[in-house]
Design a protein around this ligand. Structure first.
Ligand code: APR
Length: 230
């Protein structure tokens, strides 16, 4: 059975990583368009770098929760029959035991050179504008996909969705495309579709089934179900 899982901020909420659209509509005190657009970076590069530096540093203080660990367990059994696509820029899936995670919105622990396009694993700060290890030019930016930019690996994701027997969306509000449209494509191509979310998402009615609750409980229970049926 081929399964594609899409995760969003809700899967990391119980680890202590704030979601985007829940409480006050702000992301760590900022409107997303003030920190997550190319225009914001061009206008205030230091502010944007410091914002992402703080998010990167905060990763050291959080741990994967049972939902991340359960998906790692599923991947161990299914191997390449599990496609794990995340909108999250944290590394909690990897630390929960998942491999080959598709980070369609990029990764905090990576820097992208605006001069030579090289991507470099990055754990430190970028607000001091260090030189790119590839070309030497100090044009490193966070390797995250901002609004108005094209998400990563879309061709690969679309191919996976078209071949999937089951598509599962976990902890995402369904507010941001193209991820919000994955359920339609998977369903049109014959997959069964399931949503696991704290509350019904904006696109909840498009799924064959929607379960509500915290990811840390729903995801391990669902993984147990899948493994029992194999
Ligand atoms: N368990 C399950 N779901 C949860 C939990 C939890 N413990 N806590 C919150 N949620 C749900 C919320 O109800 C909401 O539907 O997770 C969802 C989080 O939604 P968003 O904050 O909008 O996050 P996400 O869908 O990942 O955002 C998509 O928007 O700002 C951009 O690029 C950013 O990748 C991000 C994209």
């Amino acid at each position: 059975m081929k399964i594609v899982v899409l995760t969003g901020a809700g899967i990391s909420a119980e680890s202590g990583v704030p979601t985007f659209r829940d409480a006050d509509g702000l992301w760590e005190g900022h409107r997303v368009e003030d920190v997550a657009t190319p225009e914001a970076y061009d206008a205030k590069p230091s502010m944007v770098q410091k914002f992402y530096d703080a998010r990167r540093a905060a990763l050291a203080g959080v741990e994967p929760n049972p939902a991340h660990v359960a998906l790692g367990r599923l991947g161990e059994v299914l191997g390449s029959d599990l496609g794990l696509v995340t909108q999250n820029i944290d590394d909690l899936h990897e630390r929960g035991g998942s491999h080959d995670v598709i980070h369609m919105h990029g990764e905090l622990l990576s820097a992208l050179c605006r001069a030579c396009d090289r991507r470099t694993p990055w754990h430190g700060e970028l607000s001091d504008f260090p030189s790119c290890p590839g070309c030497g030019i100090p044009e490193l930016r966070p390797d995250v996909v901002w609004f108005g930019e094209v998400p990563y690996q879309m061709d690969r994701i679309q191919g996976m969705l078209m071949r999937a027997d089951l598509f599962v969306s976990i902890g995402t509000s369904g507010a941001v495309y193209p991820a919000a449209g994955f359920v339609q494509l998977a369903r049109a191509c014959g997959a069964r579709t399931l949503e696991l979310n704290l509350v019904p998402s904006e696109g909840s009615e498009q799924f064959h089934e929607a379960r509500q609750g915290p990811a840390g409980e729903l995801v391990p229970a669902w993984v147990d179900e899948v493994l029992a049926e194999l």
